[in-house]
Ligand binder design. Structure first.
Ligand code: HEC
Length: 142
């Protein structure tokens, strides 16, 4: 992975953090928390790929496994069409729920096949993972 590609992926991970304290719906808070957990796992892997934290195969594999498990939870977390002015979820999710779920499955697959044996491999895997975050956000996050 070129440093520039990795920077783009890490930039994507850094975005977010909307005003959770104004959100009252438990459903919306839960799906936001799920995304924060996904972001945190991706951030660990991204930092190892970049070398800002040392490569640690066991920690990388835990983060990867958490990504897989949390990606699998996305469809259920978003099934209820709850909206709030502080939510960034697009109403298009519920008109295209099968496609939205397929985007979650793409993240699950990318994380599932990612190799964690070296920083370089993590970087290559994160490029694929990052594409799935970006694709779903482009279509379904506003
Ligand atoms: C299947 C679609 C989908 C995928 C895949 C996905 N996201 Fe999201 N993400 C969303 C949606 C929709 C929201 C807005 C949720 C809301 O505000 O109700 C969101 C919100 C977020 C937020 C803001 C959370 C908050 O409330 O502060 C972060 C951070 C985030 N995603 C990171 C990621 C990262 C990193 C990845 C990839 C590793 C990823 N997402 C993959 C759909 C997705």
């Amino acid at each position: 992975m070129t440093p520039r590609t990795l920077t783009l992926v890490l930039g994507l991970i850094a975005t977010g953090a909307v005003a959770h304290e104004k959100v009252t719906s438990k459903v919306i808070l839960a799906r936001m928390d799920l995304m924060i957990e996904i972001r945190d796992s991706a951030a660990v892997l991204g930092a190892m790929a970049k070398g800002t934290i040392p490569h640690d195969a066991a920690a990388a594999d835990r983060a990867r496994a958490a990504l897989v498990a949390n990606a699998a939870k996305i469809p259920a977390a978003f099934r209820a069409p709850d909206m709030d002015p502080n939510s960034e979820a697009s109403p298009r999710i519920w008109d295209n729920f099968a496609d939205f779920s397929a985007e979650a499955a793409a993240l699950e697959a990318a994380a599932g096949t990612m190799k964690t044996g070296s920083a370089r491999e993590i970087g290559l895997g994160m490029r694929e993972v990052g594409k799935t975050c970006g694709s779903c956000h482009q279509d379904y996050r506003q």
